[in-house]
Unconditional design. Sequence first.
Length: 255
Amino acid sequence: MSKPADFHSIQHNMAAHLRNPEQFEGPAGIEDRRLAIYRELIFNNIEGFISGAFPVLRDLYSDESWLVLVRKFVVSHQSHSPYFLHISQEFLGFLQNEYQTLESDPGFLLELAHYEWVELALDVADADEPKGVSDQAELGDQELLEQNLSLSPVAWPLSYKYPVHRISPDYQPDLAPESATFLVVYRQQEDIKFLESNAITVRLLLLISESKDQALTQVFQSLAQELNYADVSQLQSFGLGLIRDLMDKNVVFIT
């Protein structure tokens, strides 16, 4: 009757050792040479997935500092998914909620990590890309204004304090610029692309996403009210060209 308990105890000890070999000894009776194979296999697999998901972030750290960061994740983070594909999301959650940043860490650490995770999340998302409207050019402005639009499920309007899409080993701003960075990251024909944007465009896309039963003209009216912009027709005139461009990119589509 004691065998199941002994087996679970061995499993627990083994898992604790593999996560944190410096603090927990491996199960008795198992040669350390054999344990080392598992230690390296598990850690290297996890580190490989994280490095692949956050390539820019990885390049900003020395080998030693990066391995220390990944080890902290392995040791302290309680993952909620058993799938390797979800490791990047677990690592992002670790950085956002558990990791105590060091003075040597860049100020844009969390934003860059989020941006890189978004690219991977959109790449593997199950949602289908919307099919473009081939005859949208034939729609007059008034007819387009009467349409209901939706935001693509694989298009995310985002805002950051730092220009995360430009960060590299050669460009690492010490302070956030005065102006925020607005981006639209989207998937088109299986490729992940980004569009440098602005606050008004991002807000327009969010309104489209929130106003699924409203015609485009109503969305522009809501935007004009938020901006305290009196001339709605002028705003629509400016915005329709943007909408057509976003439709070409399948960022928004007619429902």
